[in-house]
Design a protein around this ligand. Structure first.
Ligand SMILES: N[C@@H](CCC(=O)N[C@@H](CS)C(=O)NCC(=O)O)C(=O)O
Length: 206
């Protein structure tokens, strides 16, 4: 049995990896270090992730950082229905994960920062509005794709759904009557028992 150590407080991108570990039913040690902890900039953490950021994971002593890459790795290392069954599916898992990271994450994050996380005096409402508009435009792509299918790949929940839904986490709280297929899929993903456990780990009331 592999020895797994996840590093990073649940109220961070580490929630994505907690969700994945729980989907796979894997036992793991959790070092819930906070992203503001200066220890992240020193050994041993900085040796495992030279960015000084969370999340990172050690599997049998081998470190890996980048939340989405960690999930793709876990899907590969511990095969399940969430994993690719063919090289084509492996390509699609990477395709959707990279698409979400490059097309949605920054704009949705900027919207959340400038509406919720930054001190009120530092928020820029125009920037928030512009960022949300850009993210929503991109989410039209998902709405279209998901209007004829339940999940992104192969008609089953895979790590692609998990990674993309995790990036779209903030969209759970946004009304989108014009994107019914996207919203139904997002709720379907985040209603999974493993997702609910991961949300509870970060303190969400679900
Ligand atoms: N693209 C990286 C982003 C990692 C990241 O920015 N993590 C934040 C917490 S969610 C962090 O540790 N910030 C502290 C810092 O960068 O100093 C990933 O998905 O893992």
């Amino acid at each position: 049995m592999s020895e797994i150590k996840l590093i990073g407080v649940a109220a961070s991108r580490a929630v994505r990896n907690i969700w994945m570990l729980k989907e796979l039913g894997l036992a793991y040690e959790h070092d819930a270090i906070h992203y503001t902890d200066p220890a992240l900039k020193k050994p041993p953490y900085i040796d495992w992730n030279p960015n000084g950021a969370i999340p990172m994971i050690l599997v049998d002593g081998t470190p890996l950082f980048e939340s989405l890459a960690i999930n793709l790795f876990l899907a590969e290392k511990f095969p399940s229905e969430l994993s690719a069954k063919t090289a084509e599916e492996r390509g699609q898992l990477a395709q959707w994960s990279l698409w979400a990271a490059t097309s949605v994450e920054t704009d949705l994050g900027n919207w959340a920062y400038h509406t919720m996380f930054l001190p009120e005096a530092e928020r820029r409402p125009d920037f928030a509005k512009e960022s949300l508009a850009k993210a929503l435009k991109r989410l039209d792509v998902l709405d279209k794709v998901l209007s004829s299918r339940q999940f992104l790949i192969g008609n089953r929940f895979t790590v692609a759904d998990l990674n993309v839904a995790a990036i779209c986490y903030r969209a759970l709280g946004i009304d989108m009557p014009d994107k019914p297929a996207f919203k139904a899929w997002l709720n379907r993903c985040w209603s999974r028992p493993a997702a609910i456990e991961a949300r509870r780990a970060r303190g969400d009331q679900v």
